[in-house]
Write a protein that binds this ligand. Structure first.
Ligand code: NAP
Ligand code: GLV
Length: 318
């Protein structure tokens, strides 16, 4: 790990990290011992803080940190940070893009794609009934998987699914060329993309344009019997539209990692739905080891007068 040698002397605040704070403090002490790391209860001199690594921010916190040079989001999604009006517009917000987070998402989506491809729930239900019931499934190259969002995560996911042998298409805002992946872009190509998606994977950022995109209109354009995997944000999904699409069997099943309200309330109908499979917003988790190396690399860029990479754009909303 080269982060230790490269780490500049700087003061970094850990904010909104909750139960993960101790783990991160420990990781920083090993990988970036020259950096001064403080947590929210220790802010004695806000003017001495250069950087902040943040997850669930307290509104207004960052506006107090007058010497802040950049904010690192603990997650890839920066929707919460971008919707905080107290964060100065000029302050760079750096999205988390690090190999641990990417590989975790690739693993999760491959797992869920295989789960839906093989309709594993039918085997589990048959086992409960003690029924020996083999069912057919196509070869991976005859299974069409559609990935919404071809950014850091979506591109890595699409490449892995294609390498595995699935027939993969992807959809993004701007045009892309990804080997082995049929790429669509923009609203005008959304319908053509959706026609190809027997398993639809959502890895979009949450923006004004993508909020509620997983709704009745979109579901109607998917092939009958399609499955949905949403590992992006809960607000992409119109929950009642999913329940209805499953009720009329237009959709077969869904895996949801993210929800409008987290933790998902105990009374929520998703918990008991036989075709909804739930994971608790842990499709992928930022890995302190690989992430700290990336944070140190970005700080070295900033301290050297270079622009940081993976910055969120307020104009794009992600
Ligand atoms: P990213 O690199 O910013 O990629 C976003 C992709 O979405 C880009 O390809 C972008 O198109 C596309 N996009 C944005 N707006 C669009 C629109 N209106 N129409 C079509 N495509 C659009 O983001 P990422 O790092 O891959 O992360 C994606 C999301 O995953 C995050 O925002 C977060 O919500 C979620 N996430 C969830 C977990 C979890 O554990 N569940 C973990 C990490 C991340 P362009 O390429 O043209 O810009
Ligand atoms: C997790 O949800 C992330 O945005 O990284």
């Amino acid at each position: 790990m080269t982060a230790k040698r490269d780490a500049p002397r700087a003061c970094l605040l850990l904010a909104g990290m909750k139960e993960r704070e101790t783990e991160w403090l420990h990781a920083f002490s090993i990988q970036a011992p020259d950096m001064r790391i403080i947590h929210e209860d220790e802010i004695d001199a806000p003017e001495n803080i250069d950087y902040c690594l943040i997850w669930r921010q307290r509104p207004g916190l960052l506006a107090r940190l007058v010497r802040l040079k950049a904010v690192f989001s603990l997650g890839a999604g920066v929707d919460a940070l971008l919707s905080d009006p107290s964060i100065p517009e000029w302050l760079p917000i750096i999205r988390m893009a690090e190999p641990g987070l990417t590989e975790g998402m690739v693993e999760y989506i491959l797992w869920q794609t295989l789960f839906h491809h093989r309709r594993i729930w039918e085997l589990i239900e048959a086992q409960r009934r003690k029924e020996w019931r083999p069912h057919n499934y196509p070869a991976p190259w005859d299974r069409r998987v559609g990935v919404m969002g071809l950014g850091v995560l979506g591109k890595a996911v699409a490449l892995k699914l294609a390498a595995f042998g699935f027939s993969v298409s992807g959809w993004s805002r701007s045009a892309k060329e990804i080997p082995g992946v049929l790429c669509y872009n923009g609203r005008t190509e959304l319908a053509s993309f959706l026609e190809t998606a027997e398993i639809l994977i959502c890895l979009l950022p949450l923006t004004v344009e993508t909020r509620g995109i997983l709704g009745a209109r979109l579901f109607a354009q998917l092939p009958p019997g399609a499955s949905l995997v949403n590992a992006a944000r809960g607000a992409h999904l119109v929950e009642e539209d999913l329940l209805e699409a499953l009720r009329v069997s237009h959709l077969s099943a869904a895996t949801l990692d993210v929800f409008n309200e987290e933790p998902l309330p105990p009374t929520h109908p998703f918990w008991k739905h036989p075709r909804i499979f739930i994971t608790p917003h842990n499709a992928s988790i930022t890995d302190p080891e690989t992430a700290i190396a990336e944070i140190c690399r970005q700080i070295a860029r900033l301290e050297g007068g270079l622009a940081p990479e993976h910055t969120a754009s307020r104009a794009r909303d992600y």
